[in-house]
Design a protein around this ligand. Structure first.
Ligand code: NI
Length: 187
């Protein structure tokens, strides 16, 4: 099947978009729904993918590049040229598994910080792809993990907000020069 945003997975020295970091208020604003998936959106998606690959990421949400739109790109196997990236526009989690798991997460907006987060193991998600087609996915494990992490970004939530181990959280953030005050604990 052809895709409108086929992209070479190559790294560029100067990615087209700048990443915003923990403490920047753009990361805390809820993103707006995309009304129409047009060429402008596809161009943005392409630039998000180029930026994600160049920064060695496996997922990127539009708010991380300062754009207040419900758009995610992800690739759970970025070094495999045959693995197509996923583009999720206006994603909604429609169900979650009863089973939870603990996995270490990181984020391009919080470089150098890796901490355990508990989340549902599997999810069902509905979204539009880069051609505006409605899609539904049932996924587990790494893919479910990335999608949940990225959807959090669309709601102004960062993975550090979900970390239970306060001691490790403070230690790791401080070590990388971030302020613990930038964390907004999820109830
Ligand atoms: Ni992130």
């Amino acid at each position: 099947m052809s895709s409108a945003v086929l992209i070479e997975k190559k790294k560029v020295k100067n990615p087209p978009l700048n990443i915003h970091y923990l403490g920047d208020r753009v990361l805390r604003q809820p993103a707006k729904r995309v009304a129409k998936v047009d060429d402008q959106i596809r161009q943005l998606v392409k630039e998000m993918l180029q930026t994600m690959y160049s920064r060695d990421g496996i997922g990127l949400a539009a708010p991380q590049v300062g754009i207040n739109k419900q758009i995610l790109v992800l690739d759970c196997d970025p070094n495999n040229p045959d693995n197509q990236p996923l583009v999720l526009i206006n994603p909604q989690i429609t169900s979650v598994s009863k089973e939870f798991c603990v996995v270490e997460e990181g984020c391009l907006s919080i470089p150098g910080v890796y901490l355990d987060v508990t989340r549902p193991k599997g999810i069902e998600v509905t979204y539009k792809d880069e051609n505006g087609r409605p899609c539904k996915l049932n996924v587990d494990d790494l893919l479910a993990r990335i999608i949940q992490h990225e959807i959090d970004h669309l709601n102004g939530i960062l993975f550090v907000d979900r970390v239970n181990n306060d001691l490790a959280l403070t230690k790791e953030l401080t070590k990388q020069g971030f302020s613990i005050k930038a964390v907004q604990k999820v109830a």
